[in-house]
Design a binder for this molecule. Structure first.
Ligand code: ZN
Length: 420
């Protein structure tokens, strides 16, 4: 009797072990198929799919692939086997269907990812097609961003913080305590000024990070060594160099700057005004349910306008003569496009200056309201996926200003040209 129970137990164990091995085997086969398919399909989609194809194409292709397969599966389920595919029973049919459905789902997701990437790149480069090397560059940038995000998070964790209200948090190193408090003090004034134009009722929470190390500042924010950037606004946070780092950045400049007269703390407040403008524009866009990206020259022009006190009415601004060197505004619309056309420090200087000039003249000749009018009519709704952002902005500009961006730019450049 005892021996029999023991034997029975041993049989059970071996049956169970066989079952588990069987399941693991099936799982392995399943994963091998799905992963191999995904890699293969991913490579084909990435390198051979026309980059201008949109989401609808992906849907149509997936459906097109699905239909005959669904018919075969239904046929098999009713009949119990499919001879011409050598599927002997319903269980094996269900297993194969699971692999197939997973592959199709993976194909669909890859397709959606590919068309989303293409859409972003096409918008940012203002061209109809993107090349494979541009796609590879995009993926590289993405990997770079992920790693710099990690470096940034680690650095921020090591800092002290201060929250004057539930919307603002300032991160700073011990040596910057005073500076952090000073910035917190000027923020209400900055907000008041920006609200005159943008009237943001409930701005979203924002983080302000003060860097006390130049390498950290560059590494965390993916800033090249030849870029003279003192601050930047990225996705609900403002990153800024402290006094020491600002000084170091100015000293690396290749431009002929008068550094003796520079008050770095004042510069930092101007940087804060600049970045805060980017933040308030995002707040305005969010409250009006508009897309977050606006033409870069318009964005930067407004930020320099507030950061250079362009709103002061008793000051006449002396702009440099850019008649022969200005970059066409059409080439400064997308974010990548701007980066591409402002690689040298001189080009970057020109781009910021001319953008400021345009915004300054727009406000001076048409009044402050023209800015929000252009945005309200020129930026597509957040959920609108089909409108070309740049075309809509260009049309809105023409409508609100009464002349094309090109003509307006020429008029302003001539106005400030010494040679006329
Ligand atoms: Zn800016």
């Amino acid at each position: 009797m005892k021996l029999q129970t023991y034997k029975l137990k041993r049989e059970w164990v071996s049956i169970l072990a066989k079952k588990i091995i069987g399941i693991l085997k099936s799982l392995l086969i399943y994963l091998t198929w799905v992963i191999a398919f995904s890699v293969f399909a991913g490579l084909i989609l990435f390198f051979y799919l026309p980059s201008n194809s949109n989401l609808e194409n992906v849907l149509v292709i997936t459906l097109f692939l699905c239909l005959p397969l669904i018919i075969i599966v239904l046929f098999g389920l009713i009949k119990g086997k499919i001879n011409f595919l050598r599927i002997p029973n319903r269980r094996s049919l269900l297993f194969r269907s699971a692999i197939l459905i997973s592959c199709l789902a993976s194909f669909f997701l890859l397709g959606v990812g590919q068309s989303a990437m293409a859409q972003v790149l096409i918008n940012e480069n203002s061209q109809d097609r993107i090349t494979n090397s541009e796609k590879i560059e995009f993926i590289k940038d993405l990997a770079q961003k992920i790693s710099s995000n990690k470096a940034s998070a680690e650095y921020i964790n090591s800092l002290d913080s201060l929250s004057p209200n539930d919307r603002l948090t300032v991160y700073y190193s011990t040596e910057d305590k005073e500076l952090a408090e000073k910035l917190v003090k000027v923020i209400p004034e900055i907000e008041q000024r920006l609200n005159k134009m943008f009237d943001v009722k409930e701005p979203f929470p924002i983080e302000l990070i003060l860097y006390n190390d130049l390498d950290q500042f560059r590494q965390s924010n993916d800033i090249a060594e030849n870029q003279r950037l003192l601050g930047l606004y990225i996705n609900k946070s403002i990153h800024m160099a402290n006094t020491k780092v600002s000084e170091e950045i100015y000293q690396t400049s290749s431009l002929d700057l008068n550094l003796q007269d520079l008050n770095y703390e004042e510069e930092i407040i101007h940087t804060l005004e600049h970045e805060y403008t980017h933040y308030y524009i995002r707040g305005f866009l969010a409250e009006n349910n508009l897309k977050e990206d606006i033409p870069r020259w318009f964005d930067e022009g407004l930020a320099v306008y507030y950061g250079s006190e362009g709103y002061l009415t008793d000051v006449e601004f002396e702009f440099p003569d850019l008649k022969d060197s200005a970059i066409p505004l059409q080439d400064l619309m997308g974010y990548i496009e701007w980066e591409k056309n402002t690689e040298s420090e001189t080009a970057s200087d020109i781009a910021y200056n001319e953008s400021f000039m345009m915004v300054y003249e727009l406000i001076k000749t048409k009044g402050e309201k023209v800015i929000t009018d252009i945005l309200l009519n020129g930026i597509p709704k957040a959920q609108d996926l089909s409108t070309n952002e740049q075309t809509q902005f260009t049309e809105s500009f023409l409508e609100q200003v009464g002349m094309t961006m090109d003509d307006f730019q020429n008029q302003v450049l001539t106005k400030y040209s010494k040679s006329k």
